[in-house]
Ligand binder design. Structure first.
Ligand SMILES: [Zn+2]
Ligand SMILES: [Zn+2]
Ligand SMILES: [Zn+2]
Length: 414
């Protein structure tokens, strides 16, 4: 009898064990435990569910059973890399890793904490006077060079003709050569250079800080060397702002200008022999002409091209588009291109020597880094020292004798 009772009790035990294992009869009552972010010092967890039977689930479903503690996200720092910076008037720093909690580390895994100020490099006190502009005070013009901290160097400028909004076109078109400073004032839509049938000598146009201007047009005449500097082109989007060349001309130099307009340097209605664009700033340009897009849009260049030290921010399409550079030597150097919807570069009908070096490119959105079409018989192209999103981007050989060459983003962004 005792033996029979033992067997019955054992059977009941086995049965109840079986019930909880296979779920026969017990319906789990899922209790949700909210997800909790981890911090530098405390563990977090993913969302999970418990039941009074002692089992755990990733979702309220009997088939989603998980191991205890599989939801734990371990505490830990998440340091972000900070690039090294040379000291100037401001302190510099070595490369280090910065965590939101305020701790600094030498490494990405937060193994070597920096407990003192050794990540900083003391300021040298030397300003970096880089940005150039021109200022009118009373009837004097000063050349200003400024540091990003706001410090300025000021030097009286001489050897120019001062013009104003009411006489600028007449004075310049009558003289047809010389250095002209556009004094403070609203120059409206266009300052137009050119007189039918006349040739211009060397012209330099300088914009002062108080100038409001939308466009400078070179038209009607034959121009040799034109230099445009210190202007901030500002205006509504009408696709026709900035510097517009509508005739044949020699050398066009754009220096220390700021373009807050759609079309910045447009040469498709004319013919520019040599183009130099330096230390200028292009912001959100999105000029569109028959499917060609670029703040610098010059489809016919012959001799020499330098695009150096410029900044291109959020260009809607290509940042630099050049075409017809048949015999030109092209140098594209030390530019910052941050954000384009299409490409950093687009070249059409290229048979020249091109040097593309030390450019810092980031956030090219949809297409390729560079696009070269109608190559013809290619001269030479050299990529060197360029970075894309902080990593080296220097594609090797660009295939020649091809009608369509894509230089793809060859960066592995993880
Ligand atoms: Zn249960
Ligand atoms: Zn931390
Ligand atoms: Zn400074």
């Amino acid at each position: 009898m005792k033996k029979i009772i033992s067997i019955i009790i054992a059977s009941i035990l086995v049965c109840s064990l079986a019930v909880s294992l296979v779920g026969c009869g017990h319906e789990h009552s899922f209790v949700k435990v909210d997800a909790e972010e981890k911090t530098c010092y405390e563990n977090g967890n993913t969302e999970y569910y418990t039941c009074s039977c002692g089992l755990y689930f990733s979702e309220p479903n009997e088939n989603a059973q998980i191991e205890k503690d599989s939801w734990v996200i371990l505490a830990g720092h998440e340091p972000i890399r900070q690039e090294a910076k040379e000291p100037s008037c401001a302190v510099g720093n070595i490369e280090y890793y910065d965590c939101l909690c305020g701790k600094k580390f030498l490494d990405a895994n937060a193994q070597n904490e920096i407990v003192d100020n050794s990540w900083q490099i003391p300021a040298t006190g030397e300003h970096d006077y880089k940005k150039e502009s021109y200022r009118q005070e009373e009837n004097k013009i000063y050349k200003i060079t400024s540091c990003s901290c706001g410090a300025e160097q000021k030097q009286e400028f001489s050897g120019y003709t001062l013009v104003n909004p009411s006489n600028a076109n007449d004075v310049i078109n009558t003289a047809r050569e010389g250095v002209f400073v556009l004094g403070d004032g609203d120059y409206g839509i266009t300052t137009s250079l050119g007189v039918y049938g006349e040739e211009f000598g060397d012209i330099t146009l300088i914009g002062t800080e108080g100038v409001f201007i939308r466009r400078i047009t070179l038209d009607k005449s034959l121009f040799s060397n034109v230099t445009i500097k210190g202007f901030s082109f500002d205006g509504i989007s009408n696709g026709q702002d900035g510097v517009r060349v509508m005739v044949e001309m020699g050398k066009l130099t754009i220096e220390s200008c700021e373009f807050l307009v759609e079309s910045c340097i447009r040469g498709d209605e004319g013919n520019i022999t040599s183009l130099f664009v330096k230390d200028s700033y292009f912001h959100q340009a999105d000029y569109n002409n028959q499917g060609q897009f670029s703040p610098i849009y010059v489809p016919r260049l012959v001799d020499e091209v330098e695009i150096v030290g410029n900044t291109f921010i959020n260009c809607r399409f290509n940042a630099i588009q050049l075409g017809g550079v048949m015999t030109a030597t092209v140098l594209i150097e030390s530019n910052v291109i941050d954000g384009t919807r299409s490409r950093a570069f687009r070249f059409v009908s290229v048979m020249a020597t091109m040097i593309i070096r030390n450019n810092t490119i980031s956030n090219v959105q949809n297409l390729d880094m560079a696009y070269i079409d109608e190559v013809g018989s290619f001269g030479a192209i050299l990529f060197d020292g360029n970075t894309y999103n902080g990593e080296a981007w220097n594609p090797g050989d660009v295939p020649a004798e091809s009608t369509e060459v894509f230089v793809l983003r060859d960066i592995d962004n993880d």
